[in-house]
Design a binder for this molecule. Sequence first.
Ligand SMILES: [Zn+2]
Ligand SMILES: [Zn+2]
Length: 346
Amino acid sequence: MPNTMRVAQLVKPEVIEISEQPVPEPGPGQVLIRVRAVGVCGSDVSIWRGNFQAETRLPYVLGHEFAGEVAALGPDVQGLRVGQRAACRPDRPCGRCEWCRKGETNVCPHVHFAASHGVQGCLCDYYLVSAEQVLPMGDETGFAEASICEPTAIGLHIVENVVRPEGGEFYAILGAGPDGLTTLFAALQNGAARIFAGDLIPERLDAAARMGADATCNAAEEDFAEFIMRRTDGRGVDVAVEATGAVPAIQQVFEVTSIHGKGVVLGIAPTDMVEVNCTAARRKELTVTWARRTVGKYRRALDFIESGELPTDVLITHRFPLEQTQAAFECVRDRRDGVIKAVIEL
Ligand SMILES: [Zn+2]
Ligand SMILES: [Zn+2]
């Protein structure tokens, strides 16, 4: 094991530099991961652009979607071996609060989450996690593929924990980025009858079609709400999932849903306050839920990746070496070259 490692650090807004740092040692309960792949998430890009959280201090390490190999084990860690390939979950919930005790760890107010609220992220050669964060996988699964375990688990959370469909539902997916596409995948796994996807970027609409959307709408050219109403005889969809963070998409959730429909807002809006149509919500007696991260779905997500059921090649469009982390973030910021998920390989 080397003594030092490469770390991609955010040194000022929109500037990442590679530096050398000592390799950390695992303490009790901890596992040192040789990181092999890190997915670039929209939330990473948001912090990179300067939308700091109260606890963010520079230099800061981003990255929370990752996979690698076990490099060293803390003194008391059992059930894992050095060399084991694994995806890693980014969260370490407190396990003691009211929400954790109910199994709702995605809303734990004391959670340690990689690259969030001051916790350092995983864009480095070696990264410490606790043993529970390690999800062992087979030798055939690629690291980049495994690194999208977390966004896949988010899609499964939206559909299986939040929507809880009976099957036969019509869905509208507002935004065909990584989270919209994994939600689309999860909807198909849970008996969706029809899925309509909207986005502004043609490559993302193609990706939605390849994932199994029945019809796609370029919202730059056509009003998505009208598109939905025309295809549902004015009824609207049973489930609308917003996965963009754009204010018009959040507002459209209230337009495209049917009477007694369900809306889920997943995107991170640029402002805390957003106007929505309360009259539409009341008349249709809508249920609109805001969703946060994921809970209980990491293993299931990894199983879909390992089995090949999730078309990872549709999601992973770009790969960069660690030295080009800066370029990867610029690519995702600009949604350049049809990027959906960019993965840094180490
Ligand atoms: Zn993410
Ligand atoms: Zn907790």
